[in-house]
Design a protein around this ligand. Sequence first.
Ligand code: G6Q
Length: 562
Amino acid sequence: MSEIASSQEWKALEESAAELEGVSVRSLFDEDPARFGRYSIEAAGLFLDFSKNKITDDVLARLLALSKKADVEGARKRMFAGEPVNVTEARAVLHPALRDFAARTYHVGGEDVSRLVRAERDALAAFCASVHSGECRGYSGKPLDTIVNIGIGGSDLGPQMVVEALRPYWIDGRHAYFVSNIDGQHLADTLEKLDPERTLFIIASKTFTTDETLTNAMSAKSWFLANGGSEAAIAKHFVALSTNERAVTAFGIDPRNMFRFWDWVGGRYSLWSSIGLSIALQTGFDHFERLLRGAHAMDEHFRAAPLRENMPVMLALTGVWNRNFLGAAAHAILPYDQHLHRLPAYLQQADMESNGKRTGVDGAPVGAATGPVIFGEPGTNGQHAFYQLLHQGTDLISADFIAPAVSQSEMAPHHEKLLANFLAQTEALMRGRTEKEASDELAREGRPEAEISRLAPHKVFPGDRPSNSILMEKLTPETLGALIALYEHKIFCQGVIWGINSFDQWGVELGKALAKSILPELASLGEEKPPATAHDASTNGLINRINAARSGAAGKHSAGRK
Ligand code: G6Q
């Protein structure tokens, strides 16, 4: 077991959890309405209310002691200092450097990387300006008003989520598409909508070796060539975002059409780098810069605020409390803003790929629960889908509610109704409803006694379902940047407490390697393959079934789309 899980600080928190059994958060509010003021923090345009968690001053003191024990402050310092905190890959983790407009310098292995960051940001800005002004056009002279970002994972989820979130900031007449899945239908469905003369393909891949992205990029190139484009025109219609110049060149993209970033930018932390080109092209470089500045404001808060007043730290600590001491197995991300509809998917990667780990940095098992399952949907859609389980299921699920007080597109009475729902859900999850309250309510409705006793148990809500509320005045590039940075730092702090490396992702390797070995065993349409024998009976059986369908399918299904 890791040191932290056997520490005195950990044991003290286990004792706190036992002491609080049977104490309801509702009663904590009744006794102390001031807890809202004490258990909330404002920073970088965001307001965090964490008072609906089952916490007390004593619990917070013990959580803070745990964070001291894990040396969160030291780890924070080491990250910002450019030390190789990604120990398994021996890399620095310096995405905050990408959004630092202060005069501060950042060093990696003795090299000042701030200069590189500024130069690349300037190159990105100049490219955006030339596309927007029309100086940079397609091969036939038409403006490049459509972009297709081809990337996956960190090279897709972040930019796509931000582009969606900043929809009101889109430049008129511009279109943005994102293709990630190796499933050819994703690309085919997108290509159908495109005019090759107006389309700029952005091939986003840190390594430029990712099979999904390179396969999609190759097919996009073939489509371009088959639809009027020429080899000479590729330079006007394909750009690359990568750290790997050699692979970009080998693919056929001129390094002059490449925007760079560096190995100290993790894939899922890369939207602030050149990987954000789709954001800058779709919303304007000024809005991209505002996004970076918002994130920087959160960085400054995270760097400087004492732990107790530090928003990412307190979000992390309440998460650890719910996960490790109250047993929450999953955590819901519930944005009450339709434009944040990709935020749950984005945070699913950010959190689960970072903290879904069982081995500590020391190579020993962590011996405690680490990252929870992250899921979510925008409110109010989620309310009509899975909130039932949040309220009355047998598992404890924690949740973050995220809401702007003012909508990007106010349309009375929608936003008030949306906000009423958000507030009601957090209240209902916390308060619950006792059997007596349920019975009284049924009695007030005039239901007969027998029906009251039959229905009342079903109408009981246990309450004490923990939630945080994150408010902002409005969803703007700045508040969005701050929100994303808030979660990045929360995830970092939790990883430090659990003693894991939040910046590697070895768990994605095995499946990738096996897929490579299975690929040659699969039949092309119409091809006969010998029975598969190299795997377990299930995998062999599935391969054989698929091959039987594909070998007999040549006549029935063309390789085309129908
Ligand atoms: C993120 C991960 C992963 C990565 C993709 C795409 O942190 O490393 O999601 O972003 O696998 O990788 P490339 O950008 O190298 O294509």
